[in-house]
Design a binder for this molecule. Structure first.
Ligand code: FES
Ligand code: FES
Length: 174
């Protein structure tokens, strides 16, 4: 199946004989071996390079994505584990405007080199999807799987608090 055919697939059209996953709302057919790390599928096969890879062993969170709404390390997830699942990457958060978590990082200077940032934002998204009133302690716990070498975490924590404040004020998480 070429790229044109692939892009014409829509949710609900997934051919059963093909191995596929839904990525950011679009069904994608996978041609790499079943045991390929998901992060490699996302970056190399689907050209979604916003998801980063650093340690490759589940320690840093740079490769964080959502699978059926749950936070996972895509370096530790094999392609076959994502068959028929819904994957959300950093590219899938913004629609017409930045997602509230992306905007909070921008407003609060939650990044320097930016390498950890997509994973941090995805982890924050997962945290507030589960718990809109996350305490400071729960924020630290929720981001504990994501490492940043640059920022000292000040801006990251401020960004998380900003998301919480906006949620309280608007009740809207998007
Ligand atoms: S690259 Fe996946 S956890 Fe570090
Ligand atoms: S901003 Fe550089 S690793 Fe976090």
């Amino acid at each position: 199946m070429d790229m044109k055919e692939q892009s014409q697939l829509k949710p609900g059209d997934s051919p059963k004989e093909l191995k596929s996953m839904t990525v950011n709302g679009t069904i994608k057919v996978i041609t790499k071996p079943d045991t390929t790390p998901l992060v490699e599928v996302l970056r190399d096969e689907f050209q979604l390079t916003g998801t980063k890879v650093s340690c490759g062993i589940g320690r840093c969170g740079a490769c964080s994505v959502l699978m059926d709404g749950r936070l996972i390390n895509s370096c530790m997830t094999m392609a076959y584990q994502a068959f028929d699942k819904e994957i959300t990457t950093i590219e899938g958060l913004a629609e017409d405007e930045l997602d509230c978590c992306q905007n909070a990082f921008l407003q609060e200077g939650g990044f320097q080199c930016g390498y950890c940032t997509p994973g941090m934002i995805i982890a924050l998204k997962a945290l507030f999807q589960e718990n809109e009133e996350a305490t400071d302690e729960e924020i630290l716990e929720g981001l504990s799987g994501n490492l940043c070498r640059c920022t000292g975490y000040g801006g990251i924590i401020r960004a998380a608090r900003r998301v919480r404040e906006e949620l309280r004020e608007t009740g809207f998480f998007g």
